[in-house]
Design a protein around this ligand. Structure first.
Ligand SMILES: Cc1cc2nc3c(=O)[nH]c(=O)nc-3n(C[C@H](O)[C@H](O)[C@H](O)COP(=O)(O)OP(=O)(O)OC[C@H]3O[C@@H](n4cnc5c(N)ncnc54)[C@H](O)[C@@H]3O)c2cc1C
Length: 388
């Protein structure tokens, strides 16, 4: 990141109020809120920024709204319509008057968020190895290759393969989805919108996201037993958009199963992919990463102010997220078993209108469903649970 924002701790014993491991969206969201409240925050990552992260960069309206600052400088495109198909057939365009999603490049987005977080007061440092975590009633000690770091609380924001989760043996029922993505170096043809091809992969979909000067293509599955290969992606891209072939192909797991995550007690909180908070229906992880980081921060601030139990407060804050995850899990079990019928239902006006309106208003999937249910069955009041 450069000297003005880097932080050297080699050979020293450091103390901070909160140490956050992982400077992705979940870690930065937590660090930002804690720093604004005046806490001493040390944000650690194993790589310096900017760095590459496998991600299609679809930032829904609810995710963009949850952030504490404007994202304008890093938005590449804003999308109103969705093109959807079942196994590349019966393509339909789902239209919205208002935007439903922004498209960003993850390396630029993450670097931007980190710079905002450092400007808010957090210290950033690169840590190559974390060997051990020792929790005591009042502190957490992190043994790293650079020295010992002590803090009042530790947030594990280090993604799907979280070292913090493994070292503290928290959340053993963690699950993984998987996605492969690539870049097609070609300007998006006029009229090519954000597209999803459901059922192209068992338990998932193929996607095409048009960005500035290139297309991001990929395949996603929520099923850990389904293997997606590089060749699958090449075949999909050729069939969907023709040549040139995708390059810079990478595959990466997504953290799931977070409806079962219980923070327990102690001083270690997991957020984002580390806590398995990716929505299994659509593979969206950024929104829950951002708001879980913020809720962990709020729980810690409350604990430091009032002496409350941070894990307990965080568990309460996670509940609405976990309700959404349970809904997404049930919906995905139905949808991916019969994507043709599922898509027919989604594209029918009773579902399509509340869905697209809900996306543009930044409402969670569960609330979109509840709103539609109330509306179509003539029940009073619509639900718009405020998540952030
Ligand atoms: C191919 C693909 C496409 C996706 N597309 C979308 C999309 O379009 N929209 C969407 O909402 N979601 C998408 N997701 C999911 C989204 O990328 C994740 O949910 C999101 O990045 C989670 O944020 P996070 O901060 O929890 O973790 P991450 O973004 O993974 O950040 C974790 C950070 O921790 C650091 N770290 C890891 N291990 C250590 C360690 N041992 N020590 C120190 N630091 C460490 C990493 O370097 C990284 O900076 C996609 C995922 C994949 C794989």
């Amino acid at each position: 990141m450069g000297n003005e924002t880097s932080f050297s701790y080699k050979g020293a014993t450091l103390t901070a109020d909160v140490v956050i491991v992982g400077a992705g969206p979940s870690g930065c969201s937590a660090a930002y809120d804690l720093s604004v409240k005046g806490l001493r925050v040390l944000l650690l990552d194993r790589t310096d920024f900017p760095r590459k992260k496998s991600c299609a960069g679809g930032l829904t309206i609810k995710a963009a709204r949850a952030l504490r600052y404007s994202l304008l400088p890093v938005i590449q495109k804003t999308v109103c319509n969705l093109s959807v198909s079942c196994r590349m057939r019966h393509r339909r365009l789902l239209k919205s008057i208002d935007p439903i999603c922004h498209l960003v490049e993850r390396s630029a987005f993450d670097f931007f968020c980190l710079k905002k977080t450092v400007a808010a007061g957090a210290c950033f440092a690169v840590v190559k190895r974390i060997d051990q975590i020792v929790e005591s009633p009042r502190t957490v000690a992190l043994m790293t290759e650079g020295g010992l770091i002590r803090s009042r609380f530790l947030i594990g924001a280090d993604g799907v393969n979280s070292r913090i989760r493994r070292l503290t043996a928290r959340f053993l029922k963690f699950q993984r989805g998987f996605a492969v993505e690539g870049i097609v170096d070609r300007a998006p043809p006029a009229g090519l919108g954000m597209g999803f091809d459901f059922g192209r992969v068992s338990g998932g979909y193929g996607w095409v996201f048009p960005k500035q000067g290139h297309l991001n293509v990929g395949l996603y599955t929520l099923r850990p037993d389904v293997k997606i290969t590089r060749q699958d992606l090449v075949d999909y891209a050729l069939e969907r958009i023709g040549r040139p072939m995708p390059t810079r192909i990478t595959g990466y797991p997504l953290g799931m199963g977070g409806w079962r995550y219980r923070p327990g007690n102690g001083r270690v909180l997991l957020v984002g992919d580390a806590a398995g908070l990716v929505d299994p229906l659509l593979g969206e992880g950024l929104y829950h990463a951002i708001i879980s980081g913020q809720r962990a921060a709020a729980a810690i601030v409350d604990a430091m102010d009032t002496g409350s139990d941070a894990c307990n407060t965080y568990a309460n804050g996670l509940m609405p997220i976990q309700h959404d995850l349970v809904f997404a899990r049930v919906a995905s079990a139905f949808f991916y078993r019969m994507p043709g019928i599922g898509l027919m239902l989604v594209a029918s006006p009773p579902a399509r209108i509340p869905l697209m309106t809900g996306f543009s208003r930044g409402i969670s999937l569960l609330d979109i469903f509840l709103n539609a249910y109330r509306f179509w069955f003539g029940l009073p009041g619509s639900v718009s649970r405020k998540q952030d």
